[in-house]
Design a protein around this ligand. Structure first.
Ligand code: BG6
Length: 480
């Protein structure tokens, strides 16, 4: 087992994400022996904690979610804390001192990962200080992991990129999209590339359309302030949903190198058809917002904490998306995502052309949640005298035992970063073209004085307009 050598500095170490995702992921890497002797984790945040208190916090957060073993104390001994106001220059001196000390103690060969899990407006402040105060090593690697959102639109993303690349090159920047760490998502390209059958399964001339669903049961909860500036278009569609769309429709790369893969993804995102005008948009995009549930147990979005009582933020969207490339011109992608729906369902369904009107369409389902797996729906005639046509499902569901050992999304992505593997992180140009698509929608929405918001009760299956979007094309959402 390779014992990786590195120091990881986490900005935002007291935050919710670090507790829920990062510490358990690091502990799994430790249990598997990838982190063993030669690593140190420095946590930084504003609070005046010391190493022991920090370790106690991590111990508690691990205990909340996973089974810890006898090795926990040895694992925690690799954690150090440095209180840090990221805007104060002097504090980087202390951080540098601590990093040097730990690099020597654990012989980390100058390898460093900086993980920023703070508000995006702090990203450039931190990266420029890391460079100016000499925290970037000359020997070994320096990598930067940042959480979304990467900008708020194309302009702000460009601006952020320009600021970050003054200290880190594009190849050193790892933009987290946790969907790209999900094990089933990681199977999409290998399945497409390694199977002769996939040439037929993925040939748009056989595909009638594709459905991508990212439905959630939860509302916005405590995240009202963030969500008001984001809505589902920026929170889910710009990143997760468009990444899934790209993986299922992109041309296959010539080889498995990061470069080749990213080029194909960039090309596909650039080819998303923008809506020509407001009329076109209204025909192909539905936006909705949840109101109080019918049983009155769930409040309306406008009643959530830190949400404006007349908010027009969309908590649901359904879109018909076209791809401007010869092969895909006649194969639409229908996408929907929303909060406070009656089911958590995350999947991609590739629906094939029908053999005959009375026979159900075959489809391939790639399910991310709730039951990660892949299913091919065929039609068969049952063996009774009536010869009724029935669906036959060939399905693969991630076995429970395997699901336990397969790396979680953050574990997978941290490990990829430790290996310098960028394939599951979005390149800046992917982010840019995804923003162009989302921006084009927002700028048309702004043309309207009174936006069309389709209201839907919380815990329902979304607004009727979302169903109509697909039904008017004589298709329907496959809800199983
Ligand atoms: C996050 C969004 O990126 O993804 C959340 O900010 C959303 O609003 C979450 O709930 C969904 O992730 P998953 O893995 O539960 O589908």
């Amino acid at each position: 087992m390779k014992d990786y050598r590195l120091i990881m500095t986490i900005f935002g170490a007291s935050g919710d994400l670090a507790r829920r995702k990062l510490y358990p992921a690091l502990y799994q890497l430790y249990n598997k022996g990838f982190l063993a002797e030669h690593f140190a984790i420095i946590g930084t945040a504003r609070r005046e904690w010391d190493h022991d208190f920090f370790r106690q916090i991590i111990r508690e957060s691990l205990n909340e979610g996973i089974q810890v073993n006898d090795n926990i104390e040895a694992f925690l001994s690799h954690f150090y804390y440095q209180s840090n106001d990221v805007k104060q220059v002097e504090q980087y001196f202390d951080l540098k001192k601590l990093s040097h000390l730990l690099a020597k103690k654990y012989q980390t060969n100058g390898n460093q990962i900086f993980y920023i899990s703070l508000s995006p407006n702090l990203f450039p402040i931190i990266t420029s200080q890391l460079k100016e105060q000499g925290l970037l090593t000359k020997k070994g690697y320096n990598r930067l992991i940042i959480e979304k959102p990467f900008g708020y639109n194309e302009n702000s993303a460009e601006e952020l990129q320009a600021q970050l690349t003054q200290s880190f090159s594009e190849e050193q920047i790892y933009r987290i999209d946790h969907y790209l760490g999900k094990s089933i998502v990681n199977q999409i390209l290998p399945i497409r590339m390694n199977n002769f059958l996939s040439r037929f399964l993925w040939d748009p001339t056989h595909i009638d359309h594709i459905q991508i669903t990212l439905d959630e049961e939860l509302g916005v909860g405590e995240r009202g302030t963030y969500y008001e500036t984001s809505g589902v278009s920026r929170d889910m569609i710009q990143n997760h949903a468009l990444q899934l769309l790209t993986l299922v429709t992109m041309d296959l790369p010539e080889n498995t190198s990061n470069e080749s893969l990213r080029q194909k993804k960039i090309a596909r995102l650039k080819q998303l058809k923008h809506y020509a005008n407001l009329k076109d948009l209204k025909e192909h995009v539905v936006r909705g917002q949840y109101i109080m549930s019918k049983d009155q147990k769930e409040i309306a979005y406008r009643q959530e904490k830190n949400v404006a009582p007349d908010s027009k933020t969309e908590t649901y969207m359904a879109l018909k998306i076209g791809i401007d490339q010869e092969n895909w011109l006649h194969t639409p992608i229908y996408l929907r995502s929303g909060k406070q729906l009656n089911n958590k369902q995350t999947d991609i369904k590739i629906i094939y052309k029908k053999e005959a009107e009375n026979i159900p369409a075959n489809y391939l389902q790639i399910e991310l949640a709730p039951k990660p797996g892949i299913r091919l729906a065929l039609s068969q005639s049952d063996s009774t005298h009536c010869k009724e046509i029935k669906e036959l499902h060939l399905s693969y569901q991630l076995p429970h035992e395997l699901a336990k050992i397969i790396p979680g999304d953050y574990e997978k992505l941290l490990f990829d970063c430790m290996n310098g593997d960028l394939s599951n992180f979005a390149h800046f140009l992917e982010v840019k073209y995804a923003w162009q698509f989302i921006d084009s929608i927002h700028s048309l929405w702004q043309e309207e004085d009174i936006p069309d918001l389709a209201f839907y009760p919380a815990q329902s299956n979304g607004p009727e307009a979302g169903d109509w979007l697909i039904e008017k094309d004589h298709r329907f959402w496959f809800n199983e």
